[in-house]
Structure formats: structure tokens, C-alpha cells
Design a binder for this molecule. Sequence first.
Ligand code: UD1
Length: 352
Amino acid sequence: MNVLHIVGARPNFMKVAPVLNALNSRKHIVQTLVHTGQHYDANMSDVFLEQLGIPAPDVNLAVGSGSHAQQTAAIMTRFEPVALERNPDIVLVYGDVNSTVAAALVCAKLGIRVGHVEAGLRSFDRTMPEEINRLVTDQLADVLYTPSEDGDVNLQREGIPAEKIFRVGNVMIDSLVKLLPLAQRQRNNTLPDRYALVTLHRPANVDDSAALKSILQSLLEVNRDLAVLFPAHPRTRQRISDFGLNAGQLQLFDPLPYVDFLALQSRATVVITDSGGIQEETTYLGVPCLTLRENTERPVTISLGTNVLVGRDPNKLWSELSLVLAGKAKKGTIPPLWDGHTGERIAALLAP
Ligand code: UD1
């Protein structure tokens, strides 16, 4: 059996690694790894492959940045001949980034089977580019691997037959479980005892100067009580400078490698973020998470986990942060099937 994995952006790498590894131990499986090049900075891509033990991609489409249409179209045009040449039995796509939807579209038109890992998540907010990517990818996929029950419910509501849906758990948590011991052994004597770890990159938060300014002001206030550590996505850095904003005393630095970021997360007093994956990682780690969004496609992190949506309301951020500082943060539990064995379950379904 010939399995082709396609990845492109930072959040894809921790999802593909467990599946690649689990399939490696099975006989008669030939694997091909295609990197679209959606993320290309060493600290957004190469360092993740290295730390997660992902082999060098067989093909790099080197598409780089662009508008959504340009980037999606470039991936499609460059991936089509690769898919034809490699002739896989199935293409596995991951998550909800532009690389995911572009590859799914190419395969659907070529009649190549598509498996979607992390299917069924919905924010019900079509202004998010990722929501469009999720909806389209799930309609095109032949096999849908979901992380939690809400995924199954969403897919069936959209008319996807139950036979195509497999609840396998959260594959990204496999990578976390594997590398957490290494992260916990990391020593960093310069770290404050208590700190807020911040990440920010959603277009709704950073592409609008008023929104970004207001978030930075809130963070500067947080910083008076609790040191703010802020590894900034290149897009966020760029916007702060484009809009001439002041990040003042905030400790802004470049995006961190996976293990280093995990180490910071696992010791944080609180995480403040607009990322999807970090809402899940903090839930697993039992670290309080305040999410700077009005909605989430990962509701289980709220119903079972440590996540609280604070939107863009500085008062809400402040009141939730006060609870954390008073030792009254929301307690959570780890959702079912977030156990480090999701990659194996996917491999067992693909190659019984
Ligand atoms: C993408 C995903 C998002 C994911 C995020 C994680 C989509 C629609 N969005 O958003 O779901 O949470 O990755 O990081 O696919 N840039 C660099 N170096 C890089 C990559 C990007 O400098 O290696 C800069 C470029 O200025 C680029 C901008 O970041 O224009 C945005 O990159 P892009 O891939 O379009 O989307 P992300 O915001 O990274």
C-alpha cells in the first residue's frame, strides 16, 4: 500500500509525525512525504521536523506565502503532477490549513482517496479561513478521522455517512505525550517562576490595527502583575511593525521549537492564545488557557478542559486572569482518546 502524506504549515508537523511512525512499523507500506512549503522559515518548519523525528520530505513544493487564492492555487498546480507520478492508494491530509484543502481538492479531481486527520471540527464561523478549509476538506474526504465526539456529530449533520467516520482521538497529543519528558528535563534558569505565555496570529486579531493595539494594551496591563513571554509568529511581528505599535515591556521573541515551547507551556501560570492546537495542549497539561477568540472549533477544551473563551473583551480577560492568580482557575480533565495512541489507531485502520 502506498500512502502519501501532505503537510505544509507548523501545526501539521506534530500531527503527521505519529502517523508516519506508526505506519513505519507495518509491513507492505510505502510512505511518501510531501511538504508544500507553506511555512518555510527554519523556525516554523525545519526545526519541527528535526525535533519530531520526521524524515526529510521526499518532495518540497516550495510555494511560500501569498494571498489565500495564490497560495492554494500554487499548491494545487504543483501537487497535481506529484500525485499523478506517485500514484498513491490514499493521500492523508492534516488539520485545516491551506495545504490541507488544496491537496484534498487535487485528489478529489484525480479520483485518489483522501483521508482527513482531525476531521469534523467546527467553529461555525465562516469568516475564519480555517473553517472554510475544514468544511471543504471534510466534504471531499473518503475517510474522516475525528478527535472527539463533537466531530462525529458535526460531520453527520453535514450528511457524511457514518461508515466514513472513525473516532481515533487527538493525534497531536501523541506528539505531546512522546516529547513531554524531554521538555520537562529542559532547564532554563532565566525563566521567572510565574509567567503568562502568549501566542497570537489569527488574522482577526493581528491584521486589524485597532484589534491588535487593544490586545497589546491588555497584555501590557497583564505584564504589570505577571511577566508576559510572547514568542511571536512572523505575521504578528510584521503587523506590530507595519502598524507602528508599541509592545513595550513585553518579552517578544522569535517562534520557538516544539520542545522548547512545550517546556514553557507545561510550566506556565496561564497561557493566553488564539491558537487552536494550544487550547488542546493546555487542556492535556492542565494549564489554564484564556483564548482570545469569540468561538472555538474545539469545544471539548471548554466542556472538559481548562480553556475559557475571553474574546476580545479586556474586562473578561482581566476577570479570568484574576481567578487564575487567586488560585481559582478552572480545573479540567483530559478528554477520552487523548492518550498518545491515536497514530497507532489510524495505522491499524489503514493497514489492519
Ligand atoms: C497558518 C494557518 C493557520 C495556522 C498557522 C500556524 C492557513 C489558512 N492558516 O496561518 O491555521 O494556525 O499557519 O502558524 O493555512 N510567514 C513567514 N514565514 C513562514 C511562514 C509565514 O514569515 O515560514 C509569514 C508571511 O508573511 C506570511 C504570513 O506569515 O504571509 C502568514 O503565513 P500563512 O501561511 O499565510 O498563514 P499563517 O498565518 O501562518
